[in-house]
Design a binder for this molecule. Structure first.
Ligand code: NAD
Length: 498
């Protein structure tokens, strides 16, 4: 598909949606027959009715997953053979890349230009990378004495529940299923109820690639029903969760109250971008800062929502950020010229507008934006919003807004900058800008965050682990070989030699 407005709209109009659960290699309705509506946040209109799975459906999927796992059809397959299937899966994702990009654009209100050039290519790359790793990982022999042989093996955990958010629907699915499937597990995935379509289609394509029935199941449904049922299921060995810190906590409780399943959490953030007075090129800083704050409408866990700027350069930087931010068009996500689409749903739009009001009420200086726009479209659009002279104690600086709202916070000394950066419950990502190599290393180590980028905004790439310190996460990392390993259990085989 050419990234041209009319062609994108035409292709979108022809899409057919898969709306049922995918269990044991087949599409199935929810046992109750119930469905729930999914809508297009750019129009406010219904898109499709999706199977509303609940505990009986989760149970059916877990049983299929367990049966497949125990049979060894995937879990004990030669790594090189699993690799071939997963590479074919990646090829099929690539062949349907436009369709997947459109599904995420339609359901999540994300700009097609992002979905087609970043989200889906990254989704495919993620599956390919973990597939490639499958037959390159060696196991260990322990340095015992001569009378023993100790093998330290990594075995798949078993049945893995994946519960994911709506902000990067296909990509978040890939970050979980890529390493989980590559390691030989069976998966039961619950997409966010606002964005089920791409995950269901991915399961269908995986089956077409040769992933055996029961190995990759998708159960769409609400968090409190299907999500909770996964969290509390006695035969789910592990849950990999991405979403809010608030819901992440529930999974620790579910595990404690059920079977002590392993839990890994990837949660929210309030990421600082620290700009020192010696930053090399303020135009480049502004470009990165705008990208960090407004990419994906700020509906991004690593969103650089706090711009902590040295007093000497702050005003110049704010002017540059505002000038650039004004060029980021907001509008129909199907129009490739738009950099921002719609907020995910009306309640979320209202939440974001509420934060903007709180910023004004607490005395932050509003530089631009602040209003709902394009209301006639029926969609949930909000202006790119910039606040200056924010104190780190204000609500807009402390809470995850998950919208296109950037707060500028001034500082005078390096120690103050580090203290401000760390004065948050979160610790997912951070950026810093300086030409001083010593300072770059010093500050990068002092900031308590899972990823610190220097002189840019980045989440790294597929080779680097991604996850958070403090309340941004618990125990795990997505991406890289570390992600792969967390879907395995360590086993020691201790042998007495004659
Ligand atoms: P959310 O926590 O509301 O929902 C996430 C998932 O949990 C959804 O599938 C939802 O249905 C399910 N859920 C909701 N309530 C549940 C319950 N009571 N029991 C079981 N499951 C339940 O998050 P969201 O609004 O979908 O996504 C936004 C959040 O995700 C933000 O906080 C963002 O920072 C975070 N996020 C983090 C990362 C990361 O890598 N750290 C990446 C993307 C998004």
């Amino acid at each position: 598909m050419k990234l041209e407005y009319l062609e994108v709209k035409k292709t979108a109009a022809k899409l057919k949606f898969r709306t049922k659960a995918f269990v044991d290699g087949k599409f199935v309705a929810a046992r109750s027959g119930k469905t729930f509506a999914t809508e297009n946040p750019a129009t406010g209109k219904a898109l499709a009715e999706i199977a509303a799975c609940d505990s009986p459906d989760v149970d059916r999927a877990v049983k299929a997953a367990r049966k497949a796992f125990d049979s060894g059809v995937w879990s004990r397959q030669k790594p090189g053979d699993r690799k071939k299937v997963l590479l074919k899966f990646a090829d099929l994702l690539e062949a349907h890349a436009s369709e997947l990009a459109l599904l995420d654009t339609l359901e999540a209100g994300k700009p097609i230009s992002d979905c087609a050039t970043m989200d889906i290519p990254d989704t495919i790359h993620c599956i390919r990378w973990h597939a490639e790793a499958t037959d390159k990982l060696y196991q260990h022999v322990s340095p015992t004495g001569p009378e023993n042989l100790a093998l330290v093996l990594r075995e798949p955990v078993g049945v893995v529940g994946c519960v994911i958010p709506w902000n990067f629907p296909a990509q978040m699915a890939a970050w979980k299923i890529g390493p989980a499937l590559a390691a030989g597990n069976s998966v039961v995935l619950k997409p966010a109820e606002l964005t089920s379509l791409s995950a269901i289609r991915m399961a269908e394509l995986a089956a077409e690639a040769g992933v055996p029935g029961g190995v990759f199941n998708v159960v769409p449904g609400l968090g409190e029903t299907a999500g909770q049922a996964i969290g509390r299921h006695m035969d789910v060995d592990m849950v990999a969760f991405t979403g809010s810190t608030e819901v992440g906590r529930y999974f620790l409780k579910y595990a404690a109250e059920s079977n002590l399943k392993r839990i890994i959490l990837e949660c929210g953030g309030k990421s600082p971008q620290v700009v020192f007075e010696d930053a090399a090129d303020l135009d480049n800083v502004a470009k990165n800062a705008v990208g960090a704050a407004f990419w994906n409408m700020g509906e991004n866990c690593s969103c650089g929502s706090r711009l902590i700027a040295h007093k000497k350069i702050k005003d110049e930087l704010v002017a540059k950020v505002a000038a650039l931010a004004r060029t980021w068009r907001v509008g129909d996500p199907l129009d490739p010229r738009n950099r921002l689409g719609a907020m995910i749903e009306k309640p979320h739009l209202e939440k974001v507008l509420g934060y903007i009001e709180a910023g004004k009420a607490e005395g932050a200086k509003q530089v631009m934006g602040g209003k709902r726009i394009l209301e006639k479209s029926g969609g949930y659009f909000v202006e790119v919003t910039l606040f200056d002279d924010v104190s780190n104690q204000m609500k807009i600086a402390r809470e995850e807004i998950f919208g296109p709202v950037l707060s500028v916070i001034p500082f005078s000394t390096e120690a103050e900058a580090v203290a401000l950066a760390n004065d948050t419950n979160y610790g997912l990502a951070a950026s810093l800008y300086t030409q001083d190599l010593n300072r770059a290393h010093r500050v990068a180590r002092a900031i308590r965050a899972g990823t610190v980028s220097v002189n840019c905004f980045s989440e790294g790439d597929i080779t680097t682990p991604f996850g958070g310190f403090k309340q941004s996460g618990f125990f795990g990392r997505d991406k890289s070989i570390w992600a792969h390993q967390q879907y395995t259990e360590l086993k020691t085989i201790w042998m007495q030699l004659a």
